[in-house]
Structure formats: C-alpha cells, structure tokens
Design a protein around this ligand. Sequence first.
Ligand code: NAD
Length: 262
Amino acid sequence: MVSIEELISLKGKRSLITGAASGIGRAMAERFAEAGSDLILIDIQDEKLHQVRSELNRYGVKIKIFKVDLSRKPQIDRLWIKIKNNLPDILVNNAGIYPFREFVDIDEKHYQKVMDINLNSVFWMCQNMIKLRGKAGGTIVNVGSIEALLPFKKDLAHYSSSKAGVIALTRALANEHGRKKYKINVLLPGGIITEGTKGAAKLIFKFKKGLLDSALKFKGRISLGRLGEPDEVAKMALVMASDLSSYMSGAIVAVDGGFLSA
Ligand code: NAD
C-alpha cells in the first residue's frame, strides 16, 4: 500500500497556479511548495509575484514567475510557448475577479472582461495544457464558486454565469479526457477572507449599502459559523492535485463552511 506521505507528496511534479500573487492562489502556492512541487506562478501583479517567490524560496523548490494578463489569449499562448519544454504536471486555474455591478448597468466591456478572466482564460489554459502534454496526461483543478450553484449575493449575475461555465467546462473535459490520463475537477470556495473579498467588502460598506443585507445573510447561512481562510481552500486543492484523489474526476468540491447545504 502506498504510504500517506507518498500520496500527498508532489515531489518531482511541476504545478502551474494562476492568480498566485494573493489570496487563495498564494496559499495554494505555499502548500504545493511544502508538498515538494516546483512552481510556475502566474499573475498580473508582477511586484507581488516577486514577493511571493522570495517568501516561498525557503521550501527549496524551483519557482518561476510570469506576469500574464489572463484576459488576453495571445498572452496565454505566449506563456505556453515559453514553458513548452518545462510543462506543468498540474494546472490550477484560480485567477478570477468578482466586481459587483447591478445587472441592468452591465455593459458589454464589463461583461467581456469578467468572462475573459473567469471563464475564457480557463478554457484556453486547459486547451494549451491538453494539447501540449498530449498522451502524458495531467491533473487540472479549476476554481469555480458557490455562486455558480446558488447565486446568493446581489449584483453578481455576470460572475455567477462565468463560474457556472467553469463547472460545465470542467465536467466536459473530465469526461472527454479521463481515458487519456487527465484528472480534472472543480473546487468551489465560498466565504474566504482574501485581499479580493476584503476589497469588495470595503466597497460595499462605502458605496453599496444596499448589498449589506445580502452580505449579512450570507454570513448567517454558513453552517460552521465563520468565514474561511485561504489555506483551508489550499489544503483541499492539494488533495485534488495529489494522488489522494486518484479516483476523483469531474467532481464539484465545495469548501464553503457548509453554505451550500445550509
Ligand atoms: P484575490 O483577488 O485575492 O486574488 C486573485 C488573484 O488573481 C490576484 O492576485 C489577481 O491579481 C489575479 N488576477 C486577476 N485578474 C487577473 C488577470 N487578468 N490576469 C492574471 N491574474 C489576474 O481573489 P481570491 O478571493 O483569492 O479568489 C481566487 C479565486 O477564488 C477566484 O477565481 C474567485 O472567483 C474564487 N472564489 C473566491 C471566493 C472567496 O470567498 N474568496 C469565493 C468563491 C470563489
């Protein structure tokens, strides 16, 4: 029987994580480094990426960083050309944005940006991974949101739609590519305290008092009675990336303190 240490270890693997400069992505980078994985970290925030790399150097793994605007397909394609001789075994599509805006005020530009970052980038990243790795297979963890299954907060219809797309994409790819040695699953965080959610909360308090009610109701619905930490999502991502989840495919895994089942 394979030992638990071997099952959870990512030694000898290379993991690409998007949105790794802050929040959940940064926490994933740290847990993956601790598990022994070399890292390719992607974000649009260059300075913060450099900071993350210097903080994680203590784990003794190789860390490459690339500034990429994931809303631009040509930049995604250029990234995969740069890394084509050092392809990742594990791809985590975590980067995402959640700008609150009333449904009737959303224009095409705003809608397009949310779709490009949250859904289209995941599509192109998965396509590059599967095209370039071919028969070698690999592991993909996509990051959706509980809002895709239970749209709860106001002013996020565009966001919820993009994340529902991530779930459908994950399940389609898991089904199509499972026999070619690809293990593909989707993680749904909910109520996690990050730079992103702290920023959103500040905006709600300042400008969108009408959203306070849904924010309070949201918190009241969490079965565990508290918000979550980025590391609590990162730990599950490690399970999904490692051999601990060797027989899991096309699964939707919520890390939400029980919100969805409350
Ligand atoms: P965050 O804002 O703290 O971090 C997101 C990271 O993505 C940032 O470092 C940002 O620079 C990067 N990013 C944004 N746009 C980018 C672009 N165009 N190109 C490259 N990088 C870009 O957010 P978070 O709360 O850690 O969220 C991470 C993921 O989890 C997102 O996909 C989010 O939708 C999802 N999620 C979070 C929560 C939560 O409660 N925090 C809940 C549900 C889903």
